[in-house]
Design a protein around this ligand. Structure first.
Ligand code: BES
Ligand code: ZN
Length: 620
């Protein structure tokens, strides 16, 4: 535990380095946030009233902003002077000068008016042709990690929470991250009584309609595919909710709804409260991507009730969420399913750390170091998810398995709900709860887990029942290829017909992982890649993005030229960064020119965050 003492911050929870605000001088009691959509100009007119309390004597209020067209600030109704800092990676600080010093303990209100601009990184406006139904334009937000500041002036840190009253005036149906509270003409109202951080403020508007997917759940989407969305989720939704409640405690947010966005949505899912935003790639007709819904739902406890206090401790959000997501799956499908997902996760982790190259030293630690005020989006990777999951999985095992570990779950979530914490508070709580297991907890190599780059110090023993078939088929291929056997007489399309999408993922990941082992490289076996393509032609037409992406990794990674343009074209149809970024990187490794050509062709359709990341990746 000495290592931890050495890293322990002077203030608890640790200060957030990714905000320019002086948030630690205030408590936020309530925020009223109103928007009006200008579809012509593709901007929002915003106004807010923030009910604040000074927690020290203050003479200035510093808020985060980024590319806002700012109008006015008033304190208790009196206009206030303000100035802006320079725009940098973390945006531009808005410094509001209080007429006279505000003494500690004073409650006051701050009223703000502004417009968003075309440089807003949180919003994407889509022309009607970029939507599924092609009838109306659309726009949506994505604020995590630090894009809320380009949508509204705020304390843009997960350390600050506020309940909200939201409203939006739009000529099209609109959603925000709260409970629907009525529609007055073209004004859509929402209440969020539970305090939430700025990154969970969300808004979308377009040709949106809804259907029920459970007793307390709806799916929202464009009318053209709302039926398909309902079919995809209705089978699992309420089961997920009940299993999550069994694990933690009752769902506090009232309704759980999901909004299926147009394809440029840059993530698989985003846990916006009362309205998770999800990618349309989940709608594959086979209910094989519902794990993303289990994940976003699990955030209702880990992340949305109990929140990381800064992006350095992001693993507390995502590691816990992956842990809960897999426990939900285990409760429904058995523990072998949890191990199966964990095996896929472990291999994702290996691939992602490998792909970091020289940056692994910096970005593959569980606790991140963002004190140089770099962009938290740059640090985003599988590491907080899978290293975080594996740490919790190890703790579960050390204390004696799920029976012993489980009472800790409600205890922890109850202790920190409505607040934000750092890794040290988590560990203190763990040791405090498991006083009788101190010896076992001390066996954990905390220094490596928390601060060392690379793979975790120990690999768990996973139950491989569900992957053995996939491993065996992959071994059979590689051995046959190495021996120069007649592949088309050995393998059959039926080999993979029994596989679930995730089993295909494991099979293809395993095939690709043979690269470089024993001096084996797929690119030296073009004939074999062609035979695999013939026998398993179903993979080329897979409607499952996870499967199709791995297929490209195998074929393009093996330098089968036939697939270069196919991958390029596919990258014009997906917006999820999980595929877009590694997709361009993959194409870049075999043909830089082609990667750049396709990027320029599709660039305007990508979300601003995605466009910026791919540009960095391709060195443009
Ligand atoms: N909160 C994340 C998405 C996110 C993280 C957005 C950081 C911006 C910055 C969300 O819950 C998530 O993890 N989505 C995953 C899906 C999941 C099943 C692992 C994704 O988008 O792939
Ligand atoms: Zn998540």
């Amino acid at each position: 535990m000495n290592v931890i003492a050495q890293h322990r911050p002077k203030v608890s929870p640790e200060r957030d380095p990714s905000t320019l605000s002086n948030y630690y001088n205030f408590k936020v009691h309530h925020t009223t946030l109103a928007f009006e959509v200008d579809w012509e100009k593709r901007i929002l007119h915003g106004s807010s009233t923030i009910e604040l309390e000074a927690t020290t004597n203050v003479s200035e209020i510093h808020l985060d902003t980024s590319f806002l067209d700012f109008g006015s600030a008033a304190i208790n109704g009196e206009n206030a002077q303000f100035k802006f800092g320079e725009q940098g990676i973390l945006g531009s600080v808005l410094q509001i000068v209080c007429g006279s010093e505000i003494p500690l303990g004073t409650k006051f209100s701050l009223e703000l008016k502004w417009n968003t601009t075309e440089k807003c990184t949180a919003l994407q406006f889509l022309d009607k042709n970029a939507t599924d139904g092609k009838r109306e334009p659309y726009f949506f937000s994505q604020c995590q990690a630090i894009h809320a500041r380009s949508l509204l002036p705020c304390f843009d840190t997960p350390a600050v929470k506020s309940p909200y009253t939201f409203s939006v005036k739009s000529s099209l149906p609109a959603l925000m991250s709260g409970r629907p509270a009525g529609v007055e003409g073209n004004k859509y109202k929402f209440e969020q009584p539970i305090p939430i951080p700025s990154y969970l403020v969300a808004i979308a508007s377009g040709d949106i309609t809804k259907l029920p997917i459970g007793p307390r759940s709806h799916v929202y989407s464009e009318p053209s595919r709302v039926g398909a969305c309902q079919h995809e989720f209705e089978h699992d939704m309420e089961n997920f909710l009940q299993e999550a409640e069994n694990l933690v405690f009752p769902y506090e947010w009232d309704q759980y709804d999901a909004l299926v966005l147009p394809s440029s949505f840059p993530y698989g899912g985003m846990e916006n409260p009362n309205a998770s935003f999800v990618t349309p790639t989940l709608i594959s007709g086979d209910r094989q991507n519902v794990d993303v819904i289990a994940h976003e739902l699990a955030h209702s406890w880990s992340g949305n009730l109990v929140t990381n206090c800064s992006w350095e401790h992001f693993w507390l959000n995502e590691g816990w969420t992956v842990y809960l997501e897999r426990r939900i799956q285990a409760a429904i499908h058995g523990d072998a399913t949890r191990h199966f997902s964990a095996i896929i996760g472990w291999s994702d982790l290996e691939n992602s750390i490998k792909a970091m190259g020289d940056n692994a030293g910096r970005y593959s630690t569980l606790v991140q170091d963002l004190k140089d005020r770099s962009d938290p989006d740059d640090a985003f990777s599988t590491v907080p998810y899978e290293k975080g999951f594996n740490l919790l999985f190890l703790i579960e095992k050390k204390v004696g398995g799920t029976k012993v570990f489980d009472p800790f779950i409600p205890y922890y979530f109850n202790k920190f709900k409505y607040s934000s914490l750092d890794t040290y508070q988590f560990i203190d709580t763990l040791y405090d709860f498991f006083k009788d297991h101190k010896k076992q907890l001390d066996e954990i190599d905390w220094e490596s887990w928390l601060y060392k780059p690379g793979m975790p110090p120990v690999k768990p023993e996973f139950d491989t029942t569900m992957v053995d078939q996939c491993y065996n088929l992959a071994d059979k291929w590689v051995n046959a290829v190495k021996k120069g056997e007649d592949l088309s007489s050995i393998f059959r399309p039926s080999d993979i017909e029994v596989f679930t999408a995730n089993q295909s993922v494991v099979f293809l990941d395993t095939l690709a992982s043979f690269n470089k082992l024993d001096n084996f490289q797929w690119k030296d076996h073009q004939d074999a890649l062609h035979v695999i393509d013939q026998v398993y032609s179903a993979y080329s037409n897979s409607s499952n993005a996870e499967v199709l992406f791995r297929w490209f990794v195998l074929q393009v990674g093996g330098e089968n030229r036939k697939f270069y343009d196919r991958l390029g074209q596919w990258l014009g149809t997906v917006g999820r960064m999980k595929f877009v970024r590694p997709g361009y990187r993959l194409l870049d490794t075999v043909d830089h020119e082609l990667a750049v050509k396709y990027f320029h062709q599709f660039e305007s359709g990508y979300h601003p965050i995605c466009r910026a990341m791919v540009k960095k990746d391709l060195g443009l």
